[in-house]
Design a protein around this ligand. Structure first.
Ligand code: ATP
Ligand code: MG
Length: 570
């Protein structure tokens, strides 16, 4: 697998690692890890973490582990493990043989917990969840010590053994680190290390009825694997003292170093795995890979390229400051990536029939069309032309407003790669809807040029009605109407949904796409980029997803901003 090229910019994490390597820490080795919990599919925010974790490891000649942080059995599954592996690979990264599972360390983690108990650094606490929180208190005042805090070590060890043996009900006891109930950081106030939970784990089944918490499992797993730099998002900053404390108590000599960076946030997008399941349950989307979702599986199905996602990650960079990126920037990178390589074809989304009254009935011809004007090597293809065509309904106006230059009664336009046509009459049904245009063509304009230098103001795309493929075309808009769908944290995401995020039309596409494999991506001239849906498309009935329209609001905004900047300098 080729190494993605676009994540090598310098940033504060690279500087720290460089310094550590220079100072000979960890014998100059660099080992990172990407640690997803297999409780859902990866989203585009994870792409930032993946690019960073794998990117810096590669830059320093080190390695990056893929570690499943599977310590919370309720929502985890093998399906999600497989999905995550597929997505990381698709993004362009390779963990080689370094595939690990926190659940493989359950026995070690247990033994490390016992070591903490024996050294008086952990105790079994009988406070229930509510009391636990009450005793912990608020940051501005010291918390209250648990009555169990000074239980002798051998009693703690015996209780912990009973916890593991399943002698207590769920929630009856927790194992806690004995740190500092007066710390202003609530996470340092004797955090939980193990809970009793009867839940079948997708890998260890019912072997365990106690499970380690994130705080305990994460740092110890990093240390067991010899991770040198443990990169994570800012919300873990407050956990770092716990991370360091645990590893110090356990006597790890060369402990990994946790470094936090700002997560990727995108407007009109909600980036958190746990929020997606309810949307799927409610039927707001068809599944994890519904092309409107921000998951990597959905973006891939929609036609997004891994290159464009990596380019976005490279552009947003790595900092400590949380900010929100305009989703238009992602779309911009996608268009930049697709434009030079997507073959052009013609397709009509909302067909209006055109009959060329002077074109001989029953005849036809094959016209030359250029495959990609951006790529001289892409060549050309033949497109069938005949007496009956479809054009886009929007491209005709019976009573054209001032700036409408496309087809209208009495007006001449060019059909791309074909002929000039003039509209003579619009036929209507009983309700007054236009159902067909009667036009004539000028045989002297073959290929789209007039011999006499006559000009037209518009060029339309079209397909030949008897030859075109009838297809289902799914037109996607943003899933959320709200720029900040998460709003305040407790909000129900379904309230922020865009009711018009999907429109399904029956369109017609030129027959050259008939044998396209699923996932193939095209530019439909004048309309946007479309890909053959990987789930629902069949040779009998092709289904296209609109990946993205052509209009690049970001590029336009950039031009405007630049123009403004120039203006203000003058
Ligand atoms: P959940 O909401 O279910 O906790 P998550 O989206 O936070 O899911 P995790 O499995 O907890 O996903 O995250 C795995 C790794 O990806 C962590 O190291 C985390 O820091 C990183 N990560 C998660 N979200 C983002 C994001 N938006 N930007 C960059 N990195 C992220
Ligand atoms: Mg998380």
């Amino acid at each position: 697998m080729s190494e993605p090229e676009n994540n090598h910019a310098s940033h504060f994490i690279r500087d720290i690692i460089e310094e550590d390597v220079r100072a000979g820490k960890h014998d100059g080795e660099v080992v990172t890890r990407f640690p997803p919990e297999p409780n859902g599919f990866l989203h585009i925010g994870h792409a930032k973490a993946i690019s960073l974790d794998f990117g810096v490891a590669a830059d320093f000649g080190g390695r990056c582990h893929l570690r499943f942080d599977d310590t919370n059995p309720d929502k985890e599954s093998l399906e999600f493990v497989e999905g995550i592996k597929r997505d990381v690979r698709w993004l362009g990264f390779d963990w080689g043989e370094h595939e690990y599972y926190a659940s493989d360390y359950f026995e070690n983690l247990h033994d490390f917990a016992v070591a903490l108990i024996r050294s008086g650094k952990a105790y079994v606490c009988d406070l229930r969840v509510e009391e636990f929180k009450q005793y912990r208190g608020v940051p501005t005042r010291p918390g209250k010590e648990s009555p169990s805090r000074d239980r002798p070590a051998d009693e703690n060890e015996e209780l912990f053994r009973s916890m593991r043996a399943g002698e207590f009900e769920d929630g009856a006891f927790v194992l806690r680190a004995r740190i500092d109930m007066a710390s202003p950081n609530l996470h340092m106030r004797d955090p939980a290390l193990y809970r009793i939970k009867r839940s079948t784990h997708y890998r260890t089944a019912d072997t365990w009825c106690i499970y380690p918490t994130y705080d305990f499992a994460h740092c110890v797993s990093d240390a067991i694997e010899g991770v040198t730099h443990s990169l994570c998002t800012l919300e873990f900053e407050v956990h770092r003292p716990v991370y360091d404390w645990i590893l110090e108590q356990l006597g790890f000599e060369n402990p990994p170093r946790q470094i936090e960076f700002a997560p990727l946030n995108l407007n009109y997008t909600a980036l958190s795995k746990r929020l997606y399941e309810p949307l799927i349950q409610a039927g707001a989307v068809s599944g994890w890979d519904d092309p409107r979702m921000p998951t990597l599986a959905a973006l891939r199905r929609r036609g997004y390229s891994a290159e464009s996602i990596r380019a976005l990650c490279a552009e947003v960079g790595v900092t400590k400051f949380e900010s929100t990126t305009d989703v238009g920037l992602l779309e911009h990178h996608l268009r930049q990536d697709l434009n030079p390589r997507a073959p052009r074809v013609m397709g009509v989304l909302r067909p209006l029939k055109v009959v060329l009254t002077n074109y001989p009935e029953g005849e036809g011809e094959a016209l030359d069309a250029i495959n990609n004007p951006e790529d001289p090597d892409a060549g050309s293809r033949k497109v069938p032309f005949s007496r009956e065509l479809y054009i886009e309904r929007d491209d005709f106006h019976e009573d054209p407003p001032k700036k409408f230059f496309r087809l209208a009664p009495g007006r001449e336009v060019r059909l791309r790669y074909a002929y000039f046509i003039t509209c003579d009459e619009a036929l209507k049904d009983a309700d007054g809807n236009i159902v067909e245009l009667r036009c004539h063509y000028d045989p002297e304009t073959k290929g789209g040029d007039s011999a006499d230098g006559r000009k037209v103001k518009a060029t339309l795309h079209w397909v030949s009605a008897p030859h075109a493929l009838k297809t289902e075309i799914r037109l996607y808009e943003r899933l959320f109407a709200d720029e900040n769908p998460l709003g305040d944290k407790d909000r129900d995401l379904s309230e922020a949904l865009n009711p018009d995020s999907l429109e399904v039309v029956t369109g017609y596409v030129e027959p050259s796409v008939a044998s396209a494999e699923t996932g193939s991506l095209y530019q439909f001239e004048r309309l946007g980029y479309f890909c053959v849906d990987s789930e629902d498309s069949t040779p009998e009935r092709m289904v296209f997803n609109r990946t993205i329209t052509l209009r690049d609001t970001w590029a336009k905004a950039t031009v405007e901003r630049t123009a403004m900047a120039e203006f203000s300098v003058k």
